[in-house]
Design a binder for this molecule. Structure first.
Ligand SMILES: Cc1cc2nc3c(=O)[nH]c(=O)nc-3n(C[C@H](O)[C@H](O)[C@H](O)COP(=O)(O)OP(=O)(O)OC[C@H]3O[C@@H](n4cnc5c(N)ncnc54)[C@H](O)[C@@H]3O)c2cc1C
Length: 279
């Protein structure tokens, strides 16, 4: 199928882009197009105007500071994945991005686009939530920061206002006493996962003082569960999750994957933390 007709604008400044977005209530931002264009082609979305942000300056950065990794709205998944500095600051970014789609899609799709598209099957929203990251957005009344745990309000739904543009995502650095791990089950490499999780463990000496996991492709939005001290992490996780059924997997199968993967990924994150602590 072909998309329904739409107007197309490609502004060259952020303020022009905000104006173009604000003056049409049915307008949508176009970034890498790797999620939006399939939706248009299947006529699951029919915006009257696309505001292409690819001509905006200064948004393609991947900047590392001691606090963490700042990813601009036009940084492609592949650029974030290729950044050795980003991988050193927050290894979970690389671990997750390796599972996002295929190389050709990662060359075009943006990390910020993935974060704000809020697909419950996507890796990055769960990673951002687990790490306590945030997104900076610009709107008619200026810039604001939305914490990841206030960003996701439903499947494909965020707390961003319709006339706002996300300009940057922030992924906090991994502190020296912490470790992370990631695993997902997909039918083929590059497919969306049938279920997956990222884990974040903090040690005090050799003792685990915090163990949390961020689940994606399990419920209808990314979900972080605190599993500190749980004897059976899989069962403890399931007490907070309500797996969804779709054409890719039944709810029972997703629950099974949660029970199997959770202890495994937590153990790997603990090993990672111990390895980092011992040098
Ligand atoms: C075959 C295939 C497989 C894929 N597999 C995976 C996968 O395994 N895991 C995964 O996570 N993703 C997967 N993707 C999606 C891919 O990661 C996309 O790049 C990503 O979801 C969206 O980024 P984008 O830049 O392409 O956004 P677009 O498609 O341009 O936009 C997506 C949505 O976000 C909005 N948006 C984008 N950027 C902004 C912004 N800066 N401000 C405000 N709104 C914005 C758009 O208006 C739109 O609603 C796959 C895509 C394809 C085609």
């Amino acid at each position: 199928m072909k998309p329904a007709p739409f107007a197309y604008v490609r502004p060259s400044t952020l303020s022009e882009a905000l104006t173009a977005l604000g003056e049409d209530p049915d307008a949508k931002v176009l970034a890498g197009g790797q999620s939006l264009l399939p939706l248009l082609s299947m006529r699951l979305a029919a915006p009257s105007r696309l505001v292409d942000i690819n001509g905006l300056p200064d948004l393609d950065h991947v900047t590392c500071t001691p606090a963490g990794v700042r990813v601009g709205a036009l940084a492609r998944h592949s650029a974030v994945l290729a950044s050795a500095e980003a991988a050193a600051s927050q290894p979970l970014l690389k671990m997750a991005l390796e599972h996002v789609a295929h190389a050709t899609i990662r060359n075009r799709g943006t990390t910020v686009g993935s974060v704000v598209h809020a697909d419950p099957a996507s890796e990055l929203p769960a990673v951002l939530m687990l790490l306590g990251g945030s997104v900076d957005v610009e709107g008619p009344s200026g810039r604001r920061t939305i914490a990841a745990d206030e960003l996701y309000v439903g499947p494909l739904e965020t707390s961003m206002r319709r006339d706002e543009i996300a300009v940057e995502a922030f992924f906090p650095a991994l502190v020296p006493s912490a470790g992370v791990a990631f695993e997902e089950i997909a039918r083929r490499q590059g497919d969306y996962a049938m279920a997956g999780l990222a884990a974040h463990v903090v040690l005090d000496g050799d003792r685990v003082v915090s163990a949390r996991a961020g689940f994606f492709s399990v419920c209808d939005q990314p979900t972080v569960v605190d599993l500190t001290g749980a004897d059976d992490p899989g069962a403890a996780a399931m007490a907070h999750l309500d797996p969804a059924a779709d054409i890719h997997a039944t709810a029972d199968y997703r629950a099974h994957l949660v029970r199997v993967l959770t202890p495994r990924v937590l153990a790997a994150a603990t090993e990672h933390a111990r390895g980092r602590a011992h040098g």
